[in-house]
Design a protein around this ligand. Structure first.
Ligand SMILES: [Fe+2]
Length: 222
């Protein structure tokens, strides 16, 4: 998987957790070494529910800077948020964060929002109880901000929803053995360009599998 990523030579890598099983320092040390092998200088990481267990969010802050981030990479804005709560599996963003997120998404950049928990239910994930508790308000916020792409993790099921003019892309299992059903390990490759004469974004979402083979999932203009 590392070879596949490095061969793709991505502009930005977004990792939506979980990074660890229990949030322990020894696990985080291993994760740090692994993430450092991804040859991309612009990375955004957000913690998942497992990463916040046992006060693990403190190690996250030490090793990967802030749990909340707002970064501009050329024409792309990536806002990453911590949707976890210590030792609780449910996700929550909270109204106190809506204001700065709205400000971060002003302008004409390609807008990406990254979080661990789901914003909408995902098939094959059983009884859905891990959508953000304030998912409706967050979806409305992101829709009003004209966010192009939402990246989620958590349930290990790769899936894409298109809501209004926003792609919600869920990540599958990347490098653990926690695959679901017949789905093998994979990561999502997002390609976006606005080099057409209308200035629209042409966005392709593909899945990349362990041998580096690629499967196009959706292509859309927004
Ligand atoms: Fe999770």
């Amino acid at each position: 998987m590392l070879r596949s990523i490095n061969q793709l030579d991505p502009d930005i890598v977004v990792i939506t957790g979980d990074l660890t099983e229990n949030g322990f320092l020894a696990e985080y040390d291993g994760v740090k070494k692994f993430v450092d092998r991804i040859e991309c200088k612009d990375k955004v990481l957000v913690p998942g529910n497992h990463d916040s267990k046992n006060a693990g969010y403190l190690h996250f802050e030490d090793l990967f800077e802030n749990r909340f981030s707002n970064k501009n990479f050329g024409g792309v804005t990536v806002v990453g948020v911590d949707s976890s709560q210590p030792d609780i599996n449910e996700g929550h963003l909270g109204r106190e964060n809506y204001g700065w997120i709205k400000e971060a998404f002003t302008g004409e950049n390609f807008k990406v929002f990254a979080l661990h928990h789901h914003l909408v239910p995902i098939p094959l994930s059983g009884r859905e109880n891990t959508v953000l508790v304030d998912a409706g308000d967050v979806l409305d916020l992101l829709n009003r901000c004209k966010v192009n792409l939402v990246l989620c993790g958590h349930c290990h099921i790769p899936y894409v929803w298109k809501l209004n003019n926003m792609l919600v892309v869920n990540a599958g299992t990347f490098c653990s053995s926690k695959t679901r059903g017949k789905i093998t390990q994979c990561f999502n490759l997002i390609q976006a360009d606005n080099e057409n004469s209308y200035g629209n974004w042409n966005v392709r979402v593909s899945r990349v599998f362990p041998q580096g083979n690629l499967e196009l999932v959706t292509e859309t203009v927004m």
